[in-house]
Design a protein around this ligand. Structure first.
Ligand code: PLP
Length: 371
C-alpha cells in the first residue's frame, strides 16, 4: 500500500461490538479477566497496552516501514527511553547540534551514567576517530535543528554496522513522507509526534520505531511500560486522527517552504537561507539522494544582525512568534534566545516553521516585517 492509504487505514478498524466506523476511545485503565484468569482481548492494564495506543503504534510502524513502534508521552520521553535501555557506561556519539532538549537531558540526567561526545557526525573520519570499544549508539538528527544540517544516513549506518553499533535517527523534521531512515540503514527512528504527526500544536507525544524486534527493542518496551511515560488514550486517538491527513499536510508544508526559501534567498536583507531544498545548501546533494521532500522548517540570518532579527519577529502579523514546529499555522522564533547560553546558533538567525496558509500571504507578511 502507498503511504496515503496506510496513513488512513493502518490506525483504524471498524469496532466489532458497535460497528462504529471509527475506532472508539477506550478510557478504561483495566480489563476484565476470563474465568481462567486470562485476558481474551489481550489487554490487561492500560500502562502495559491500550487499544488506542496499539492502533497508533501500528500506523506509526507502517509509515516508517518498521517492525514495531512504541508511543510515548513526549518526544523527550521517547529519546530518554533509548538512553535508559543502554547499559550504564555505554558511550554514545551525538551530533554537535543535537536537539537542545535531548542534549541537555544527556548532560544533566545521564551525567555519570552514560558517556557521550557531541561531534560532526556527517564527517566519516571524525566519526571513526570517536568510536571507542564501549560505543553502543550513534544518534542522528537530519535535517538538524535549527541549522538544517544534513547527515548522510547510509554513510553513518555502514560505519556503525561494521562495528555492531546501533543507529537512531530523530526524523521529526523530515517525517516518513520526506525520509525513511530505516530503509537507509538506521536501526531505530525517533519522533516528536508533537510536531507534524499531531500537526495542530495541541498535543504532545513521542515515538520510537524499530526496524526489527530484538533484545534492545525488548528493553525499550520495558522502559515504556515500566517507566510509564505513555500517551493517554485521548492523545492516541487525536494522533491517529491527525495522521490520516499527514501526507497531504506535508505536501502543502513542503510546497510553501520551498517557495518561502526561494523568496528569502533573493531578499536584500537576508544574509543566508538554510533549507535543504535550495541548491545553495552545502549538503544539497546528500539531501537530494536520501530525501523525497525537504521538510518545512527553514532558518535564515539577517545582514543587519541580532537586533533587527528580534524586530522582525515582533513585526510579523500572520506568523506567530513561538517555538515548536509542525502545526498548520506558521511560526517564527529567534532561536538562540530559547537554546540558552551554550548555543551554537547564530544570534542573527530566525527559524521558521512554514505552515499551510497561502504562500502569498506568508511572503507578504515577511515582506512588511523586513521592509
Ligand atoms: C520537539 C523536538 C524534540 C522533543 O520532542 P517533545 O515532544 O517536545 O518532547 C526532539 N527532537 C526534535 C528534532 C524536536 O523538534
Amino acid at each position: 500500500m502507498k503511504i496515503e492509504t496506510i496513513a488512513i487505514h493502518a490506525g483504524n478498524h471498524v469496532d466489532e461490538t458497535s460497528k462504529a466506523a471509527i475506532q472508539p476511545i477506550v478510557m478504561a485503565t483495566t480489563f476484565e479477566r476470563n474465568p481462567e484468569g486470562g485476558y481474551d482481548s489481550g489487554y490487561s492494564y492500560s500502562r502495559a497496552a491500550n487499544p488506542n495506543r496499539s492502533a497508533l503504534e501500528n500506523v506509526l510502524a507502517q509509515l516508517e516501514g518498521g517492525a514495531e513502534a512504541a508511543a510515548f508521552s513526549s518526544g523527550n520521553a521517547a529519546g530518554m527511553s533509548v538512553f535508559q535501555a543502554l547499559e550504564p557506561g555505554t558511550h554514545i556519539i551525538c551530533p554537535d547540534d543535537m536537539y537542545h532538549g535531548l542534549r541537555n537531558q544527556l548532560k544533566t540526567l545521564f551525567k555519570g551514567i552514560l558517556e557521550f561526545d557531541f561531534i560532526d557526525v556527517n564527517h566519516a573520519e571524525i566519526l571513526k576517530a570517536h568510536i571507542k570499544p564501549n560505543t553502543g549508539l550513534i544518534w542522528l538528527e537530519t535535517p538538524s535543528n535549527p541549522l538544517l544540517k544534513i547527515t548522510d544516513i547510509k554513510m553513518v549506518a555502514a560505519i556503525a554496522a561494521a562495528q555492531n553499533i546501533k543507529v537512531v535517527c530523530d526524523n521529526t523534521f523530515a517525517t516518513p513522507l520526506c525520509q525513511r531512515p530505516l530503509a537507509l540503514g538506521a536501526d531505530l527512528v525517533m519522533h516528536s509526534t508533537t510536531k507534524y504527526f499531531g500537526g495542530h500544536s495541541d498535543l504532545m507525544g513521542g515515538a520510537l520505531i524499530t526496524k526489527e524486534t530484538n533484545e534492545f527493542w525488548e528493553k525499550i518496551r520495558n522502559v515504556q511500560t515500566m517507566g510509564g511515560a505513555i500517551p493517554s488514550p485521548m492523545d492516541c486517538y487525536y494522533l491517529v486522527r491527525s495522521i490520516k491527513t499527514l501526507p497531504y499536510r506535508i505536501k502543502g508544508h513542503v510546497h510553501n517552504a520551498q517557495l518561502l526559501a526561494e523568496y528569502l534567498e533573493n531578499h536584500d536583507s537576508v544574509e543566508e537561507v538554510l533549507y535543504p531544498g535550495l541548491q545553495s545548501h552545502p549538503q544539497y546533494a546528500i539531501a537530494k539522494a536520501q530525501m523525497t521532500g525537504y521538510g518545512a522548517v527553514l532558518s535564515f540570518t539577517l545582514k543587519a544582525g541580532e537586533a533587527e532579527a528580534k524586530r522582525v519577529v515582533n513585526r510579523v502579523e500572520i506568523f506567530t512568534q513561538a517555538t515548536s514546529l509542525g502545526g498548520v499555522e506558521s511560526l517564527i522564533e529567534h532561536r538562540a534566545s530559547i537554546e540558552g547560553p551554550d548555543t551554537k546558533t547564530p544570534f542573527n538567525l530566525l527559524r521558521v516553521s512554514v505552515g499551510l496558509e497561502h504562500i502569498d500571504d506568508l511572503i507578504a507578511d515577511l515582506e512588511q516585517a523586513m521592509g
